[in-house]
Design a protein around this ligand. Structure first.
Ligand code: DMJ
Length: 463
C-alpha cells in the first residue's frame, strides 16, 4: 500500500475509534465493530440528507421535473412535466427503505406520467433517466404499470433510430416521431443497450435490443482501425466523423460503459469483444501519468496523440468501469487521481488540467461519478481508504451544497457560489452510491445487478 493510501486508511480507522496499537483477535473484532458502527452512522446520515433533498422537492417542486433550491421553485425540461426527480429517485428510496416516500413518489408517477405529448425530447437523457427509472422500478416493485409505461415510452423513443445508418438522431417528438439532431456523439448513440436489452428480456420482443445493438456495432465499426479510437461527433445520416477528439469525457463516456455492462448484464460476447479492444485502445493512447497517478487525456482519434491534458468530474466514472472490467490496479490509481481532483478545492471541478492542476471549468453539478468509482473500488478491495474518500466527498457536498431549500450545484468551486439547480441524478446516483458504500452489503446484492449510467439497477440474466 503506498503512503497516500496508508494515511487515508489510518485517518478512517482513527475516526472510527480504532486504536493504532490494537493486536490479537479481540482487538481485530473490535476494529471491525467500530468500522461497522461508523459505516452505519454514515449510511443513516446519507439517508437523512436524501430525505431532506426529497422533502424540499415535495415542498417546492411537487409534480415537476426538478427543484430550484435557491428560489424555492421548480423547473421542467419540456412544456409538459415528466416527473423526472420522483422517477429518477424512486429506486433509491426503495433501497434506503424510505417506504412512505417511495409510495407517494410511485402514486405521483402512476397518476401523472404520460408520454403522448407533442414535444421533442433528448433520446439519451429520457432513455437513461426515465426508461431506466421505469425498468428498475418494475424490477424492484413488480407493479406492471411501470412496465406498461416503459414499453409505451420505448415505442416512442425507438423512432429516433430510424436513420440511414441505424444510429439514432439526438431528439425525437414523443407524439409524432419526428426526429432532429443529425450530428450526434458516441455516448448518445451507444447508451441504450442496457435499457433496450432489459425491455427485450421483460417483454420478449427482440426489436429493442436488436435496434440498440445495431447502432452500437455500426459506431464501433467506424472507429479508426489503427488506433481503435472513436471521435466526439458523427453524422448519423452518413456515418462521417465531424469531430475527431477522442476521450473518456462526457459525450463518449457511457458508450464505453455500456459495451462493458451489456457483456456483464446479458453475457453478450460481441459486447465483450468490443469492450476488450476499446479498453486496450483507451489505455494505449489516452492514458497518461502525472503527479505519480493515472489520468486520461484527449487525443485525435487518427493519431492517438494526447493534445489536451484535460480530465474532469464526468471522466471520474472510468475508475468504476476499470474495476468492474477486472483491472483493479488501474482503477486504484485512477481513484487516487479522482480524489486529488476532489481535494483540490474541496469539491471537484467540471474540468481540470491534470498536468498543471489548474481548474479549467470550476462548476460542480452535484455529479456522482467520483463516488460511483469509489463504490466499485471499495466493493472489490474492502480497503477503508475508500470509506475515507467517500466520507470526505459526502461531507463536503453537505458542507457546500446544502441550502435552505434542498441541494444546489456550485457555479465555481473556487468560491463555492451556489447555483439554483438540483439535477434529478443527485437523488438517482450521487446519494445512492454514497449510501451503498456505507450501508450493509445485504442492502443490494452487488453480484446480481448492473447499474445503468443513471445508477438504476437492472437484474443480471441472459437475454
Ligand atoms: C448522469 O445523467 C449520467 O451519469 C450520465 O451518464 C452522465 N451525466 C449525469 C451525471 O453526471
Amino acid at each position: 500500500m503506498n503512503k497516500f493510501f496508508l494515511v487515508l486508511s489510518a485517518s478512517f480507522l482513527i475516526f472510527a475509534g480504532v486504536g493504532c496499537h490494537s493486536s490479537g483477535n479481540k482487538n481485530a473484532t473490535s476494529s471491525a465493530d467500530s468500522i461497522t458502527a461508523l459505516r452505519q452512522r454514515l449510511a443513516d446520515s446519507v439517508k437523512q440528507e436524501f430525505s431532506y433533498a426529497w422533502d424540499s422537492y415535495v415542498k417546492y417542486a411537487w409534480g415537476h421535473d426538478g427543484l430550484k433550491p435557491l428560489s424555492h421553485s421548480y423547473f421542467d425540461w419540456y412544456p409538459h412535466s415528466l416527473v423526472m426527480t420522483p422517477l429518477d429517485g424512486y429506486d433509491t428510496m426503495v433501497l434506503m427503505g424510505l417506504t412512505s416516500k417511495a409510495d407517494s413518489a410511485k402514486r405521483l408517477i402512476l397518476d401523472s406520467l404520460r408520454f403522448n405529448y407533442d414535444m421533442s425530447v433528448s433520446n439519451f437523457e429520457i432513455t437513461i433517466r426515465m426508461l431506466g427509472g421505469l425498468l428498475s422500478a418494475y424490477e424492484l416493485d413488480g407493479d406492471k404499470k411501470f412496465l406498461t409505461l416503459a414499453t409505451d415510452l420505448a415505442n416512442r423513443l425507438i423512432k429516433a433510430y430510424h436513420s440511414p445508418t441505424g444510429m439514432p438522431y439526438r431528439f425525437v417528438n414523443l407524439k409524432t416521431g419526428k426526429t432532429t439532431g443529425d450530428t450526434s456523439n458516441p455516448a448518445e448513440i451507444g447508451t441504450s443497450l442496457l435499457e433496450y436489452g432489459t425491455l427485450t428480456k421483460l417483454t420478449g420482443d427482440s426489436i429493442y435490443y436488436k435496434t440498440a445493438k445495431k447502432a452500437v456495432v455500426t459506431l464501433f465499426n467506424l472507429r479508426n482501425k489503427k488506433t481503435g479510437l472513436v471521435g466526439d461527433a458523427i453524422d448519423v445520416n452518413t456515418g462521417k466523423w465531424v469531430g475527431k477528439e477522442s476521450s473518456i469525457s462526457g459525450g463518449t463516456d457511457s458508450y464505453y460503459e455500456y459495451l462493458l455492462k451489456a457483456w456483464k448484464l446479458f453475457g453478450d460476447q460481441d459486447c465483450k469483444r468490443m469492450w476488450d479492444s476499446t479498453v486496450i485502445a483507451i489505455n494505449t493512447h489516452l492514458a497518461d501519468t502525472s503527479g505519480g497517478t493515472l489520468w486520461y487525456g484527449h487525443a485525435n482519434m487518427d493519431t492517438g496523440i494526447i493534445n489536451l491534458p484535460y480530465y474532469g468530474a464526468l471522466d471520474a466514472f472510468f475508475g468504476g468501469a476499470l474495476a468492474l472490467g477486472g483491472d483493479t490496479t488501474r482503477a486504484k490509481s485512477l481513484q487516487e487521481s479522482n480524489f486529488k481532483m476532489w481535494e483540490l478545492a474541496g469539491l471537484e471541478p467540471e474540468v481540470l488540467n491534470y498536468r498543471t492542476m489548474q481548474i479549467v471549468n470550476g462548476y460542480y453539478a452535484l455529479r456522482p461519478e467520483n463516488l460511483e468509482s469509489c463504490y466499485y473500488c471499495y466493493h472489490y478491495t474492502h480497503n477503508p481508504e475508500y470509506l475515507y474518500m467517500a466520507r470526505t466527498m459526502f461531507q463536503s457536498i453537505v458542507r457546500y451544497c446544502r441550502t435552505g431549500g434542498g441541494y444546489a450545484a456550485i457555479k465555481d468551486v473556487r468560491n463555492m457560489t451556489p447555483d439554483d439547480m438540483m439535477e434529478s441524478y443527485f437523488l438517482a446516483e450521487t446519494l445512492k452510491y454514497a449510501y451503498l458504500i456505507f450501508a450493509p452489503a445485504k442492502t443490494l446484492d452487488f453480484n446480481k445487478v448492473i447499474f445503468n449510467t443513471e445508477a438504476h439497477p437492472f437484474k443480471i440474466s441472459d437475454l
